[in-house]
Write a protein that binds this ligand. Structure first.
Ligand SMILES: CC(C)(COP(=O)(O)OP(=O)(O)OC[C@H]1O[C@@H](n2cnc3c(N)ncnc32)[C@H](O)[C@@H]1OP(=O)(O)O)[C@@H](O)C(=O)NCCC(=O)NCCS
Length: 185
C-alpha cells in the first residue's frame, strides 16, 4: 500500500487491529524496553481495558526499577500513514513546566522500524506540538530529551525547533547521557 502523509489518531477499537499488527511484526512503542509481547497479551485478554489504560491520566505507574509513582496527565496518539506506524505521547504536571525526576521529558515517541527514515517522526512531532498547543495546558514550551547517541531523535527535535540546553546525566546508573531540548509552543 502506498504510504499516505502521517496523521495522528486517537487510540480506538477501530485502529486496534492495525496497532496489534505492528506489535506482532516486532515494533515496541516503548524505546526503553520491549513491550510488544506484553501489550499483545493485554489486547487479546481485554481490548477495552487496554485502551482505557492508554487513555488514563490518573492513578499510578510502575517504573522499570519497581517504584510506584503518580501517572501524569497527558495523552497518547498513534501515527498513521495508512497503517499504524508509531506512537507519540505527551505528559505534564499541571501549572508548571517542571517534570518530576522520574520523567525525562514532556514528549516521547517511537516509529516502527520498517517505517523509519521517511520523515514519519519529524511530521508526527510537528502534529503533536499542534495538539499540545490546542490542549490549553498553559505550557509555553516543552522539554524533550534523547540519548546522546540517538542521532535520529535529536534531528527530529531540532527539525521541530528544539533548542539544546545543558546535557543531563543518565536517569539511572550505567545509563546514557541525555541531550535535553526546549521546544517553544
Ligand atoms: C528516533 C526515531 C523516532 C526517528 O524516527 P524516523 O521516522 O526514522 O525519523 P525521521 O525519518 O523523521 O528522521 C529524522 C532525521 O533523522 C535522520 N535519521 C533517521 N534515522 C537515522 C539514523 N538511524 N541515524 C542517523 N540519522 C537518522 C533522518 O535522516 C532525518 O534527518 P534530516 O532531518 O537531517 O533529514 C526512530 O528511529 C525510533 O523510533 N527509534 C526508536 C525509539 C526512539 O529512539 N525514540 C526516541 C526516544 S527520545
Amino acid at each position: 500500500m502506498e504510504p499516505r502523509p502521517v496523521s495522528l489518531r486517537v487510540p480506538s477499537r477501530e485502529l486496534l487491529p492495525a496497532y496489534a499488527r505492528a506489535l506482532a511484526r516486532g515494533w515496541s512503542p516503548d524505546s526503553s524496553q520491549d513491550v510488544s509481547a506484553a501489550q499483545l497479551r493485554a489486547i487479546v485478554a481485554d481490548p477495552d481495558a487496554f485502551l482505557d489504560k492508554l487513555r488514563q491520566s490518573r492513578g499510578r505507574i510502575r517504573l522499570d526499577d519497581g517504584r510506584l509513582v503518580p501517572r501524569l496527565p497527558g495523552f497518547v496518539r498513534w501515527m498513521d500513514d495508512g497503517e499504524v506506524c508509531g506512537s507519540i505521547n505527551f505528559r505534564h504536571q499541571p501549572g508548571t513546566e517542571e517534570l518530576p525526576a522520574y520523567c525525562s521529558g514532556h514528549v516521547g515517541y517511537s516509529v516502527a522500524p520498517w517505517k523509519r527514515r521517511r520523515g514519519v517522526a519529524t511530521a508526527a512531532l510537528a502534529l503533536m506540538l499542534d495538539e499540545i498547543r490546542a490542549a490549553g495546558t498553559g505550557l509555553r514550551r516543552v522539554r524533550i530529551t534523547c540519548d546522546a547517541d540517538n542521532d535520529a531523535s535529536w534531528r527530529v527535535i531540532e527539525r521541530n525547533g528544539g533548542a539544546r540546553k545543558a546535557d543531563e546525566p543518565p536517569m539511572r546508573p550505567g545509563g546514557k547521557t541525555k541531550l535535553a531540548f526546549w521546544v517553544a509552543l
